[in-house]
Design a protein around this ligand. Structure first.
Ligand code: ARG
Length: 590
């Protein structure tokens, strides 16, 4: 479906043309004086010079051509030359009706689906998920859903951190603790055990311990570096122990992401890029891009126009070990072979910007990916506590994601129990659904690149620009629809009964709903889920306003009532579709 604003603009452009003016002057925008009109056109002002005429004369000419318009109810030419516009109730009623009967509410999908990879989540194996990874998961999941909804072929890849020093640290520490294990016996040629020699909690204890130790103990650090290198070069026992770490850790990660409503098409990691490294390095050397500098292999990525410092991209360390850059480059090579993507989006902490800039430049320069491909870094800000500093636990430690979710759930449960009489089991279930919305909406409603304050009281409030408020609105609609059905209302026939609005708040609600295609497309183009949040907040407000002004169920005019029921169903469907794009859902009641 054409966008509402385009249809309105077209009508205006036709009028400019019919009055003898350039049709491009007829661009319409949303009114910045909603007290006077709904839309406005400033084309007469813009055309004054070109036609050597007072703007008001042009505006009057155009207005005269719109006297019988099917779109505009009112076209006021006002000094010095504005066109103030109000649209016809039938026009918006018809638009919304068509929208209701169109697939995806009139959103036009991409004509040529592109192949797009989204790299998000990025957890590090054997380290518990902490809130730093929360934002990547929440934002990435929403972007994946938005891009897919637009009709593109999207592959979401978790890109595990499973190949760096943290693996060497764990292996080195395990070897010190359990030297008798066959993994550490160089002469062992048999089959390694199938069971991992540790549990997830043990693993989670080992990593921070080893990491702390490496900062104080040079010899241990050297051991860990050596273990990393040996793992990467294929030492049999280390590979086997690494596999155990992966199994134990990935099982736990999957469980956590599932709780968050986050899912990945690919569970690849840095290690999967490893086989691509040797050839990639060979090619970079052969083509003269990579050279030795102070023992390391590097590629220059500086450009003349650079204002900030741009160090060379390191490909191999002096000991031959791969780096974070190396795995990211090899992963591009792998993704090109697998999907030939037209774009790869990376959702990671904005402090990694330099890393990605180097990687992207190096990939382009060394022709790892086709020239027209878009490599895009979507850097997000930090989630801070109320004190404006990075969010911590009460005792100052790093907050585990699981505990954070639990905290929000408990708070939500309290609020739900306070609100009404409900048994604790159902309340708990509802609290889980609402807590996820509170958490995700609290995050997504901010522009991703900005830092934001995690404010549990505000996020879990049923009022204001929050997830629970949106869900509350949806539940309110569901309950009206259920009551209508209970009172033997014929919901099936009502569903299609939408007609022209009969009051102002109904018209306003329809106008907001009608922006669905434009809003989603805009969120897609700017890769900005916060645009969807702003849109549904606007819907929820328009709906609640309409609801307070309209006695829906006690209306005696059946036709009117049915039209409203139909509008309610549409509002519910649009909201539920939008929150699905954000990655959460609404309960039946709350
Ligand atoms: N594992 C990384 C971290 O925790 C994030 C990975 C981001 N993605 C990437 N392709 N480098 O910082």
């Amino acid at each position: 479906m054409k966008k509402l604003l385009d249809l309105i603009s077209n009508e205006m452009k036709d009028a400019f043309e019919a009055a003898g003016y350039d049709r491009e002057l007829g661009k319409v925008s949303v009114s910045n004086r909603p007290d006077l009109c709904e839309f406005q056109c400033n084309g007469a002002m813009a055309g004054a010079k070109q036609y050597k005429k007072a703007p008001i004369m042009i505006a009057n000419d155009v207005a005269a051509k719109l006297a019988d318009s099917k779109v505009f109810d009112k076209v006021d030419a006002v000094a010095p030359g504005f066109l103030n516009l109000v649209i016809k109730n039938e026009f918006i009623g018809d638009y919304v009706k068509e929208m209701k009967n169109s697939s995806k509410f009139g959103l036009e999908e991409a004509k040529e689906p592109a192949s797009i990879v989204i790299d998000y989540g990025g957890p590090n194996v054997a380290k518990p998920l902490h809130i730093g990874h929360l934002r990547s998961a929440i934002i990435g999941e929403s972007l994946k859903r938005i891009v897919r909804f637009m009709g593109h072929n999207v592959t979401g890849d978790v890109h595990l951190g499973d190949w760096g020093l943290q693996m060497g640290l764990i292996i080195a520490e395990l070897e010190l603790r359990n030297p008798e294990l066959p993994y550490f016996d160089d002469n062992f040629t048999g089959e390694y055990p199938t069971e991992a020699p540790f549990t997830i909690s043990e693993l989670e204890e080992i990593y921070p311990f080893a990491s702390g130790k490496s900062k104080e103990d040079e010899a241990f650090k050297a051991k860990a570096l050596e273990a990393t290198k040996q793992l990467q070069s294929g030492k049999r026992g280390y590979r086997a122990i690494w596999k155990h770490i992966m199994e134990v850790s990935v099982t736990d990660l999957k469980r956590n992401y599932e709780k968050l409503g986050v899912s990945f098409d690919l569970w690849y990691g840095e290690s999967d890029a490893d086989p691509y490294i040797p050839q990639m390095v060979e090619d970079m050397k052969r083509d003269g891009y990579a050279y030795m500098s102070e023992g390391a292999l590097v590629v220059d990525v500086k450009e003349e126009t650079d204002k900030k410092e741009m160090p060379p991209c390191m490909i191999l360390k002096s000991d031959g070990a791969a780096l974070y850059e190396t795995t990211d480059l090899a992963t591009i090579k792998q993704r090109v072979e697998d999907f030939n993507p037209s774009s790869i989006l990376y959702v990671a902490d904005k402090r990694q910007e330099l890393h990605f800039e180097q990687v992207f430049r190096c990939a382009r320069k060394t022709k790892l990916i086709r020239d027209d491909a878009d490599l895009r870094f979507i850097g997000f800000g930090t989630m801070n506590g109320k004190n404006g500093k990075p969010f911590k636990t009460r005792d100052g430690g790093v907050m585990r994601l699981e505990n954070l979710i639990k905290e929000v759930e408990d708070e939500m449960l309290k609020k739900i129990m306070d609100n009404r009489e409900i048994d604790e089991d159902s309340a708990r279930q509802i609290a889980q659904t609402v807590a996820l919305a509170a958490l995700k909406y609290g995050d997504l409603s901010n522009q991703a690149s900005k830092d934001y304050i995690f404010d549990i009281d505000r996020f879990t409030s049923f009022e204001g620009d929050t997830g629970p408020y949106i869900l509350y609105t949806i539940v309110r609609i569901k309950s009206i629809l259920a009551k209508y059905k209970e009172n033997a209302g014929d919901i099936e026939s009502a569903l299609d009964a939408i007609s022209s609005p009969v009051n102002e708040s109904e018209k306003q609600l329809m106008m907001v709903l009608a922006k669905f295609n434009a809003s989603i497309e805009n969120a897609y183009e700017e890769l900005a889920p916060h645009k969807i949040c702003a849109y549904i907040y606007e819907i929820a407000n328009a709906f609640n306003h309409f609801y307070h002004e309209t006695k829906i169920l006690s209306e005696e005019d059946e036709a009117k009532k049915k039209s409203w029921i139909s509008l309610l169903a549409l509002t519910r469907d649009v909201l539920e579709t939008a929150i699905d794009l954000l990655g959460f859902s609404a309960p039946e009641r709350m």
